[in-house]
Design a protein around this ligand. Structure first.
Ligand code: PLP
Length: 425
């Protein structure tokens, strides 16, 4: 498509009429397609079906019966497997439950209720009229924002650049405001843009001066081994924080939700020895232990970090044609038009698209009325408010290729219609 700026208003009206005819045809197909949530497709889940087979045994290497109570922080073989995969000392890992989001929620709740390292509980600052604040690189993951909202933590947005959060802004904010206690980070293949943090950004996050003594990085490495087009390395934030004299600064989260089964995988949190001790203290009041059989099942299935990486390659083969489809369709239909820009992720689960300002909600509405469900416009921003109303998250993993092709045809049509409507206003 030629640049939209080259169209006269008459030409634009004529183009809009044509597109509206195509839109009515699309509506007449009565399709029901969904590109809303980042769920694996059945074909991906099938690759882990051996997890459902009978277990090899339920006795741990040290003789413990995995069927019984005990082992608060996870079975040693599971900590070893994921410690090796992620390059983390197993002693600094707690294996949690079936997914990481509740480990994040619990960790933040513990900070609110009990504080950390002898600092006052964060809830006190709230009651003293000075609510705790978190930095949220945007666009970002809606469920992180929901956790903050639920716990009454105020969110401050910071731009997410191609190599991570805008560190000039982050450093200024955290050095000036003691009530800024943390930052959300999805350091590899971020949701939704697929941003991968550079070494410099990791170094700065670990070393920066913070006014709050108890400033914490919530390092959600949800897509840490989820490469599709290119393997991307990530600097070790735990070691970097240690090196910079801020060992307690980071909580590192990870799960197998998009490796084995979402909602039936295993999750972990890793941190400094002092933080792990604190977390275990709180957790011991919460549970006698998590699902060791599921941990053992994962160890028996994967066995080695190399096998996990090989499994991720198979998953990437499933995902690549879907990402290709989305990116090719965007290129074919919108490239050079000036109506949208989009991310080119190297992995992860999403493609992020920016419409012209003020067009995201309308695009999502048009798509819905033609049978294509997308993540709600605004969801990628705290409080659901995208100030420019331009960001839309595309989730290509769940639909089949055929469905995706149809959905993308309708979606790109809606991007054009919404953009031209806006220009003609
Ligand atoms: N973190 C990010 C960045 C995600 O995109 C998702 C799921 O989409 C999750 C966490 C959820 O992880 P889990 O299933 O382990 O709770």
């Amino acid at each position: 498509m030629k640049p939209i700026a080259d169209y006269s208003s008459e030409d634009l009206s004529a183009l809009l009429n044509d597109l509206e005819v195509q839109y009515k045809e699309a509506q007449a197909q009565n399709l029901k397609l969904n590109m809303a949530r980042g769920k694996p497709a059945t074909t991906q889940l099938n690759l882990s079906n051996a997890l459902l087979d009978k277990m090899e045994s339920y006795t741990l290497a040290d003789g413990t019966d995995a069927r019984n109570y005990g082992i608060l922080d996870g079975i040693p073989e599971c900590k070893k497997l994921f410690g090796e995969l992620l390059g983390i000392n197993p002693d600094q890992i707690i294996i949690g439950g079936n997914a990481s989001l509740n480990v994040m929620f619990d960790t933040l709740s513990f900070l609110c209720l009990f504080g950390t390292g002898g600092c006052e509980p964060w809830i006190y600052s709230k009651h003293n009229g000075n609510p705790v604040k978190f930095l949220c690189p945007v666009p970002g993951y809606d469920r992180h924002f929901t956790i903050c909202e639920e716990l009454g933590i105020e969110m401050i947005t910071v731009p997410l650049n191609e190599d991570g959060p805008d560190m000039d802004i982050v450093k200024k904010l955290v050095s000036e405001d003691e009530s800024i206690k943390g930052i959300w980070c999805v350091p590899l293949h971020s949701n939704p843009q697929g941003v991968c943090y550079s070494d410099e950004v990791v170094e700065q996050l670990a070393s920066m001066e913070t006014a709050a003594k108890d400033f914490r990085i919530f390092w959600d490495n949800a897509y840490g081994v989820h490469h599709i087009y290119e393997d991307v390395a990530l600097k070790d934030i735990i070691k970097e924080c240690e090196k910079c004299g801020n060992p307690d600064r980071v909580y590192y989260f990870f799960s197998t939700s998009k490796i084995s089964f979402p909602g039936a995988g295993i999750a972990l949190v890793a941190s400094s020895p002092a933080n792990i001790k604190e977390l275990k203290g709180h957790m011991s009041a919460q549970t006698i232990g998590h699902d060791k059989l599921n941990q053992l099942r994962h160890v028996q299935f994967f066995k080695t970090p190399e096998n996990i990486r090989a499994h991720m390659k198979k998953l990437a083969e499933e995902l690549k044609p879907k990402f290709d489809m989305v990116l090719d369709k965007l290129d074919e239909t919108l490239s050079g038009s000036g109506l949208a820009s989009w991310s080119n992720p190297k992995g992860g689960y999403f493609v992020s698209l920016d419409t012209l300002p003020g067009c995201a909600k309308r695009t999502v509405e048009l798509a819905k009325n033609a049978g294509v469900t997308l993540t709600g416009a605004g969801a990628t921003y705290p409080y659901g408010k995208d100030p420019k109303d331009s960001n839309i998250r595309i989730a290509p993993t769940y639909p089949t290729i055929d469905e995706l092709e149809k959905a993308m045809d309708i979606f790109t049509l809606c991007v054009k219609i919404a953009g031209i409507e806006k220009l003609l206003e």
